[in-house]
Design a protein around this ligand. Sequence first.
Ligand code: HEC
Length: 215
Amino acid sequence: MTQEEKKALITRWIVAAAFMAVFWTVIIIVTGGRYHSNVSGLHYFLDMHDTSMVRAQREDTTTLENVKQALFKGADQNEVWGGPGSSMRVPPEGTVPRGYEPYPYEQAEIDLAGANLKNPLPLTQTVLERGKDRFETYCAVCHGMGGQGDGTVIPRMIQPPNLITGQSAGWQDGKIFHMITMGRGNMLPYAAPIRPADRWAIVHYVRLLQKKGAK
Ligand code: HEC
């Protein structure tokens, strides 16, 4: 190989390398995905990339205009967030989840609930065990394992009335059910975390505690 031929070969390699560098740079810029987003550089099918779907936890700007209220009362009486910019959808007024029975009493109607509601659960060992389990999970932190108002958060939290010696010992079952469902004063409603059957099981268990305590 002559000197001339060698030079020509080297030049050809340099040209080829430069071409490949430019070629791949362009390809990467045009099609390259970005690490922090799910979006690739070039959109071939726009309708598949840009859906009107709202992603979880993202702001939905379409609700900035037409939603003014920040908090709504959900079917379970608890407030749900669905304010301006929220992507959470607020159920249309008057709708309830499938299989859900709306609670017919207002918070203040405890006496009415007490007069009308009867405990639908039979008093059995299984029901009592369920009631004990739920009571010790949800109520005992404040009311204490035995209902004496000596739960572990007391006195850091305001002391609740004694369920054994207090007025609730003389209440009908329905009033205790109403108390759990709607709450009162410093006690929040427990309608959301405890389903109705479990609330009635708790009522049976509270009755048992009261009977034991009264001895
Ligand atoms: C965060 C603490 C807390 C928890 C948890 C809690 N309660 Fe209460 N409870 C209270 C307080 C405080 C009151 C007094 C409410 C008021 O200020 O009028 C109360 C009141 C009551 C009363 C009425 C007592 C009376 O003599 O008037 C009943 C019945 C009752 N609770 C049952 C329950 C049951 C059953 C649970 C579990 C599902 C429960 N509570 C969970 C704090 C709590």
